[in-house]
Design a protein around this ligand. Structure first.
Ligand code: ARG
Length: 433
C-alpha cells in the first residue's frame, strides 16, 4: 500500500458544505434563532396580514408593524393600524411620508424626466427606498433586530428594499416570508381563516396585484400575463377610460421655477397638493394609461398596466420646457444621463453615488427651467400647445419667415452649408468614384 497524501482541498470542501453558514445565501438574511423582534412593512393586505401572525408563531418573535402613506388613494390608515393591533402587533405605526416622497424622490425624478423602458415613470421604484429607509428608522427606534417585507422572489421590489436595508443598516437582518414559505394563495386564505384574519373582497379568484402612490398605480397578474389579451375595463380603477372622458378638451398651464412645478392652472400650490391636483386632472381626461412590457432586474420580462395621470401631465410639461431653455448640445446630452438615472432607480440602486452625481448635473440644468407650458387634455391625450419662458433659447424675430432685420444673415447660409457638408461630400465622392 502506498501512502497516498490526502487531498487537502477536497477535504475542506466537504467540511464547508456541512457548515450551516455555507447555505446562507446572503449575510443579511436572518436565521431562525436570530429573530427576536421584527419590524414588518405592513400594507394591511392578505400577504402581510398572514405574515404578521405567521412571524409571531413561526419565530416566536414580536412584531412591530409599519405602514407608510405615500399617497395611495382611498386608503384608510386607521383601519390598517387597527387590523395590525388586532393581529397581535406589539406596536403599529403609520407614517405620512407624502411630503418627503414628493420633495426628495418625485421631484428629482421630474427634473430627470424619469422614465424606464419608454412609459414607466418609476412610482413604485421611487417609493421603495423611502419605505425601506423608514423601516430602518422605526426598527432601530423600536428595538427590532429584523425587517420583514411581503415581496416575492420574482420582482424588483425585494431588490430595492433589501438593497436599502443592507446599505443603511448592516446590523439589521431581513426575512421575506412570501419568498420562503411556499404557501399558495389558497393556503394563505386557509391560514387566514384559521387564525381569524379578515380577508377583504372575494376569495374565489386572485385579484390584480396592485401597487400605488401619488405618482402612479400599477396592476399585474390575471389576464395581464396573457400578452394577447387587450385590457379589460375593470383594471382601470384610477384613470377614467378615454372613451368615457369629457367630450370637451381642457387646456391647463403648468408653471415651473427652476425645474420645480409651482402652479397649475394659474394657481400656486405646494408640491403634494400640486401632484394630487395634476393627478385629478389627468384622471378626469383619461390620460396616463400605459400598457407596458418591462425588463425586470431579475431577468424576467413582465407586463404591467400603469395609470400615471400626474406623471403624464408633469413630465410632458417639464420635458418641453427643459428643451426650450436648453441648447441643442444640452438637449442631446441630457437624455442619456436621464436614462442612466432612471435605470439606477429602477434597478434598486437608489443609494449608489452615481445617482447623486448625475443629479448634480441635472439640478444645474434645471436652474434655468422656469416658465409656463400649456397642455391640452382630451380623451387620453396630452399635447403641448403653448410655451413661455424668460430663459427660452428662442427669438421670434430670428425664427420668423419675415425679415429678421439684419440679425440673421441669410446671405451667410450658403457659405455655412459648403463648410458644414465638406467631409460628407468628400466621403461620398470616395465611395462613388
Ligand atoms: N413593475 C414595476 C416595478 O418593478 C411595478 C411593481 C409593482 N409592485 C408590486 N409589488 N405590485 O417597479
Amino acid at each position: 500500500m502506498t501512502d497516498e497524501p490526502r487531498d487537502p482541498k477536497s477535504h475542506t470542501e466537504v467540511h464547508r458544505v456541512a457548515d450551516p453558514e455555507s447555505t446562507r445565501v446572503a449575510t443579511y438574511l436572518a436565521q431562525p434563532g436570530e429573530v427576536g423582534r421584527v419590524l414588518l412593512l405592513y400594507s394591511g393586505g392578505l400577504d402581510t396580514s398572514v405574515m404578521l401572525k405567521w412571524i409571531q408563531d413561526e419565530y416566536e418573535a414580536e412584531v412591530v408593524a409599519l405602514t407608510v402613506n405615500l399617497g395611495q388613494p382611498g386608503e384608510d390608515y386607521d383601519v390598517v393600524r387597527g387590523k395590525a393591533m388586532q393581529l397581535g402587533a406589539l406596536e403599529a405605526h403609520v407614517v405620512d411620508a407624502r411630503e418627503e416622497f414628493a420633495r426628495e424622490y418625485v421631484l428629482p425624478a421630474i427634473k430627470a424626466n424619469a422614465d424606464y423602458g419608454d412609459g414607466y415613470p418609476l412610482f413604485t421604484a421611487l417609493g421603495r427606498p423611502l419605505i425601506a429607509k423608514l423601516a430602518v428608522e422605526y426598527a432601530r427606534r423600536s428595538g427590532c433586530d429584523t425587517i420583514a417585507h411581503g415581496c416575492t422572489g420574482k420582482g424588483n421590489d425585494q431588490v430595492r428594499i433589501e438593497g436599502t436595508v443592507a446599505t443603511l443598516a448592516p446590523e439589521l437582518k431581513v426575512i421575506a416570508p412570501v419568498r420562503s414559505w411556499a404557501m399558495g394563495r389558497d393556503e394563505e386564505i386557509a391560514y387566514a381563516r384559521k387564525h381569524g384574519i379578515p380577508v377583504k373582497g372575494g376569495t374565489e379568484t386572485a385579484p390584480y396585484s396592485i401597487d400605488d402612490n401619488l405618482w402612479g398605480r400599477s396592476s399585474e397578474g390575471k389576464w395581464i400575463e396573457d400578452l394577447s389579451h387587450a385590457p379589460d375595463d375593470d383594471v382601470f380603477q384610477l384613470v377614467t377610460r378615454p372613451e368615457e372622458a369629457p367630450d370637451e378638451a381642457e387646456v391647463v398651464e403648468v408653471e415651473f421655477e427652476e425645474g420645480v412645478p409651482v402652479a397649475l392652472g394659474g394657481q400656486r400650490m405646494e408640491l403634494v397638493p400640486l401632484l394630487e391636483a395634476s393627478a385629478a386632472l389627468g384622471i378626469k381626461h383619461g390620460v396616463g394609461i400605459v400598457d407596458h412590457i418591462e425588463d425586470r432586474i431579475v431577468g424576467l420580462k413582465v407586463r404591467d398596466i400603469y395609470e400615471v395621470p400626474a406623471a403624464a401631465i408633469l413630465l410632458t410639461a417639464h420635458r418641453e420646457l427643459e428643451r426650450l431653455v436648453g441648447t441643442i448640445h444640452q438637449n442631446q446630452f441630457k437624455p442619456s444621463l436621464d436614462q442612466k438615472w432612471a435605470y439606477l432607480v429602477y434597478a434598486g440602486l437608489w443609494w449608489e453615488p452615481l445617482r447623486t452625481d448625475i443629479e448634480a448635473y441635472v439640478s444645474h440644468v434645471n436652474e434655468r427651467v422656469t416658465g409656463v407650458i400649456g397642455l391640452k387634455l382630451y380623451k387620453g391625450s396630452v399635447r403641448v400647445v403653448t410655451r413661455a419662458s424668460p430663459n427660452a433659447v428662442y427669438d421670434a424675430q430670428l425664427a420668423t419667415f419675415a425679415e429678421s432685420g439684419g440679425l440673421f444673415s441669410q446671405q451667410a447660409s450658403p457659405g455655412f452649408i459648403e463648410l458644414w457638408s465638406l467631409q460628407s461630400r468628400m466621403a461620398h465622392r470616395l465611395r462613388n468614384r
